[in-house]
Design a protein around this ligand. Structure first.
Ligand code: FES
Length: 133
């Protein structure tokens, strides 16, 4: 189980640094949001896309996943929750659980799915694209 490495404020610095230096994204939808080294295995990290959308990155045994950082129950930041070994995330506020693969809520009180985003890792940078689900 893991806790966040950083959230919100720190993510803006990472984003700006990567935006300046990245020339690896070939598709316009994908943008760098963090360095792979900033999201160790078992960790959740909050970042923001250039449009301000808050994303929660998760490293599940080396696989990077991205979902909305906003819990569909009462808008709490999911990157402050817990990453579980079965690729689910538990909200720290009321304990709702979501699948990181499908975004589906798995435990009350959440009843609405989370947006799930496409992810690529290119030259050590994590790029997030549009919604996958
Ligand atoms: S805000 Fe996430 S479970 Fe209530």
């Amino acid at each position: 189980m893991a806790r966040i490495a950083f959230c919100a404020t720190g993510s803006r610095d990472v984003f700006r640094r990567l935006k300046r230096t990245s020339a690896t994204s070939r598709e316009e939808d994908f943008e760098p949001v963090a360095r792979l080294a900033d999201v160790p295995a078992g960790q959740l990290v909050g970042v923001a896309k250039s449009d301000g959308e808050r994303i929660c990155l998760a490293n599940v045994d080396g696989e990077i996943m991205a979902v909305s950082d906003i819990c569909t129950h009462q808008d709490f930041s999911l990157c402050q929750g817990t990453l579980l070994p079965d690729a689910t995330i538990e909200c720290a506020w009321h304990g709702a659980r979501f699948s990181l693969r499908s975004g589906k809520p798995l435990r009350f009180p959440a009843e609405t799915s989370l947006p799930v985003f496409q992810v690529r890792v290119v030259n050590g940078a994590i790029l997030v694209g549009g919604r996958k689900l």
